[in-house]
Design a protein around this ligand. Structure first.
Ligand code: D5M
Ligand code: FE
Ligand code: ZN
Length: 555
């Protein structure tokens, strides 16, 4: 096949089992006869190499071009590599998907992320091979990297925390549920403790009627009273206690965003008979308004995607090719990281009648194919991936990263495979990656103006406000009982990345850039039946030095 574009070269290499560094592809594309150069490069690569390096390509191009030059005519100048893919940079329409300040978001987050087309002059910077020094003390997950160039290699720029992979202890017994909720309470009440002078629920019943009182508890029940007030029952480790929120108070407007099992604090006055607390103030663990995110100290970018769904008949291969192709261009030079927030493949048996829309019916074959698509992206990109509900790991959250067999299938690109959720710190920027199944729950439970499929980032804001990625247990959300609650957002992330709902949305909540990254799967029959109109083929790109976001569209 003619090899006139980087994408074609990459695909040909992928077909032969190789993943390639960007520079290698550029060199091959610039050869007089790319096909011969590619053959020579593959031949020259060591048998056990999975990645074709620039060095392999350079010597192959020199040899191939030398051979061609001998019998070449004078006008055989090297063909240019370019035939730029049609990546569209968008200044994303602030009225549709970007966050518009409105009363609908929790605590009216009021900041737009700056979204822009890339400044061409800022892309001229050369790639630095020196990764910044990472802070120590990570409880890094169990993956190991075997980097061929590990001798004198720079310190690893990626650090992972909060990942259950290799640490799951849950046996599924009742006692584990007690532990996980106790840990949730400990962690989240710890975040609220400094703000209220709380008493255990068991002690409140013994206090004198009329006392000022504060409590911290998990929401156990929310019901309305006969005259339209709200009764919120809180539970802590000592028992439960009812709290009354009267309908005419401002805080009554917060009741419709309460989810069962989330942790809140209340302040108020104990009734004369000490049987209920009249609530004056309701506090969420939340993110401080003054939160100052960390940024990278050099110009480097990360592409955020999710929901690839390889194996589905609706997987948009052409859009993927355009994306992978674009990643090899100068415009994408600063992109050194690719983050994938779950649903790599379509999976099997995920939803009723799903098999009717499968292109690849075997789950391992789906991962094989996914791995082929992954080989199209530059080999020098660092890839981090978490599983989603379509992936071949347990459905209950937290989900561990892929097992050995699947890791081997995807080894060509040596991706960082971590659990869902996980916090990945890249060049000093902490990114909370979570697939997003609980977003369905938040959207179903909250009123339309507070969370909807059209504004998935608003639903994300509520998770940040509750400092938990999946507060409500039951419904869509399956919880794996563990000794600790990995789903608590212990430290405020600088970036929050989710997927799952197949809608694009982004905005800042108290300075935390929240991105739901759309999908690579066209509308399925099910989605058609429930009017889900997916946002397909988008790649939000984040500048890690400024946390600005650029939107690229490939479909
Ligand atoms: O989820 C994609 C989105 O579509 C997410 O919001 C769930 C929803 N979805 C898709 N199929 C179904 C079925 N059959 N039942 C309920 N909800 C569904 P994804 O995880 O990619 O399938
Ligand atoms: Fe999905
Ligand atoms: Zn999903």
């Amino acid at each position: 096949m003619p090899l006139e574009t980087p994408a074609r070269i990459v695909r040909e290499l992928a077909r032969r089992g190789y993943n390639a560094e960007r520079e290698a592809v550029t060199l091959l594309a610039g050869a007089t006869d790319p096909a011969t150069a590619l053959d020579a490069a593959v031949e020259a690569a060591p048998d056990d190499a999975l990645r074709l390096t620039a060095a392999h390509a350079r010597s192959a191009v020199e040899r191939a071009d030398g051979a061609t030059a001998a019998d070449a005519t004078a006008d055989d100048s090297p063909t240019e590599t370019q035939s730029t893919p049609t990546a569209e940079a968008t200044t994303a329409d602030a009225t549709s998907s970007a966050d518009t300040p409105s009363t609908s978001s929790p605590d009216t987050p009021n900041e737009h992320p700056s979204v822009s087309t890339p400044d061409p002059t800022s892309q001229t910077e050369t790639r630095s091979e020196d990764a910044p020094v990472e802070t120590e003390g990570s409880n890094s997950s169990s993956w190991t990297r075997t980097d061929a160039t590990s001798e004198g290699a720079p310190p690893d720029p990626i650090d992972i925390v909060g990942d259950v992979t290799g640490r799951s202890t849950g046996t599924g017994e009742y006692g584990d549920f007690v532990s996980v909720f106790r840990d949730r309470y400990e962690k989240l009440s710890g975040q609220l403790r400094g703000r209220v002078n709380h008493r255990p629920t068991s002690a409140v019943a013994d206090m004198a009627g009329g006392s000022d009182v504060a409590m911290i508890g998990l929401v156990n029940d929310v019901r309305s009273s006969a005259n339209g007030h709200w009764i919120v029952e809180l539970e802590d480790t000592t028992g439960t206690f009812p709290c009354l929120i009267t309908k005419d108070r401002d805080i009554a407007g917060l009741v419709d965003e309460l989810l069962l099992d989330e942790c809140v604090a209340v302040e108020g006055t104990l009734a004369d008979d000490a049987g209920i607390v009249f609530v004056d103030a309701l506090h969420f663990p939340d993110v401080p308004r003054t939160y100052e995110p960390s940024t990278a100290d050099r110009h480097v970018q990360a592409a955020l995607i999710s929901d690839v769904h390889v194996g589905s008949q609706e997987f948009m291969a052409d859009a993927w090719h355009r994306f992978a192709d674009w990643l090899h261009t100068d415009e994408a030079e600063a992109i050194e990281y690719l983050l994938i927030a779950g649903d790599m493949v379509e999976g099997v048996g995920v939803y009723p009648d799903q098999d009717e829309e499968l292109d690849i019916v075997d789950i391992y074959d789906q991962y094989e194919r996914f791995s082929e698509y992954l080989k199209e992206v530059p080999g020098d990109l660092d890839i981090v991936m978490i599983p989603g509900n379509h992936d071949a790991v347990r459905l209950a959250e937290p989900q561990p990263g892929f097992d050995e067999e699947l890791r081997n299938i995807m080894s060509a690109h040596d991706p960082r495979i971590v659990g869902n959720p996980a916090t990945v710190t890249i060049e000093g920027v902490s990114i909370l990656m979570y697939h997003g199944v609980s977003l369905d729950e938040v959207i179903a439970e909250l009123p339309e103006e507070k969370a909807s499929y059209d504004d998935p980032h608003h639903a994300m804001y509520h998770l940040l406000k509750k400092r938990h990625v999946a507060p409500k247990y039951g419904g869509h959300m399956r919880l794996a009982p563990e000794e600790q609650d990995y789903l608590v957002i212990e430290d405020v992330p600088d970036v929050f990345h989710t997927g799952h709902v197949h809608k694009l949305g982004y905005g800042k909540y108290h300075n935390v850039l929240s991105v739901n990254s759309g999908c690579w799967q066209a509308q399925t029959e099910f989605q058609k039946s429930v009017n889900i109109d997916p946002d397909v083929g988008f790649a939000p790109i984040i500048d890690l030095d400024t946390l600005d976001l650029t939107l690229r569209k490939f479909a």
